[in-house]
Design a protein around this ligand. Sequence first.
Ligand code: GDP
Length: 446
Amino acid sequence: MCESFLDMEKNTVLVGVQWGDEGKGKVVDVLADQFDIVARYQGGANAGHTVVVDGKKFILQLIPSGILRPGKIAVIGNGVVLDPEALFCEVEAIERAGIQVGDRLRISDRSHLILPYHRMHEQAAEAARGDDKIGTTSKGIGPSYEDKASRRGLRCCDLRDARIFREKCKRALLEKNRYAAAFSGEVIADADQLIESYWSQARRIVPFLVNTADYLNREMDRGKTVLFEGAQGTLLDLDHGTYPFVTSSSAAAGGACTGAGVGPTRIGAVIGVSKAYTTRVGSGPFPTEVEGQGAELLRERGGEYGAVTGRPRRCGWFDVPAARYSSRLNHLSALIITKLDILDHLAEIPVGVEYQLNGHTLTEFPAEAETLERVETRYKMLPGWQQSTFGLRDYAQLPQKARDYLQFISDQVEVEIAMISTGPGREQTIWMENCEWMKQTALKQQ
Ligand code: GDP
């Protein structure tokens, strides 16, 4: 049992409100200090959080960014799909930078593995879609989730026994080779060769494996607090996002329960992270998208290039209907706004406040991507502040027009703002003292 109401309240899910890349990596790094454990609950090595600590840049794709805080425990939950090669690349990069991972990393023995054939499958599937590409990272994440759902996946626990791993791998590959031969006349891979090349690397995971659901629940029983870190964003959630231009897992807050193995009543708060504007990587509807020079300026100022792929991100204005939809879905306790400083140069800032279709205002966020592609967005023009907010740490230092902009967003989305990020560094953060959630959880300002 949790020791007090406050402890329960403190277990928090942090989710992206938009299409990912909201700056969650930095925010988790800032908040991690106030929690004992940071746990990832979905996705794979496609998340690409960029975190800057003491001027050093870390790109974390798989390991929760809490690992960068000494003494904090990082958990990769059962809802994550894991590529051993990507994992150890990341562990080595973190250790090269002088941060010891050691026994601070726990990996769920139930999490599914990504095998080389998953990458081949995804590359072939994306190529076959021609102009209809989803725009995935082609890291085998989607196909690994497909195998999980069709019950032919290999899990990390299978690495504990060479015979079991070999048998399961051969069985999976037999089936895949049969399909591949029927479609293209070629097989995907030779089982013996694949097992040989994969096994020695993948086996290194075994010392990190535990039943993370049990671990997290036991630690919470002892009064330890957990920050659940969502990857991607709510609008990329498999069920609730802009399907089919979504990711293959449950990125919304609800995913924390299944993806980490904790009951809903253990979670006290859900915090949404949003940029002060919007970006999207890959294909799919984007109602507030800006084209041309306006987009170019946001992209350059915001460094909007994929952390994993280097692809230029599509850029646009803050989208109220989308943020409201996300807020409702996650039942947000508070909002964190990042990258406010990227808007510093603008004389006027459009905010998308309403979608219209055939002259009518939409009252709901549409289910069909085709409808969302067709909506016309109505904008409210807000005055820009045209002075630097970069690195500010105190709300009182913000120009009045920047405060008005933030207040407008908060009022429209109907969620209080708990924190504003004004730069990539930890300290470039404004904490909102009066936010109810901050008071309730007794978070300390740094
Ligand atoms: P994530 O996947 O949600 O963590 O987002 P990314 O890491 O892909 O993108 C966020 C990028 O913006 C990173 O390069 C961060 O260092 C940077 N960043 C985060 N917050 C701020 C901010 O408030 N201002 C500026 N200028 N950069 C920020």
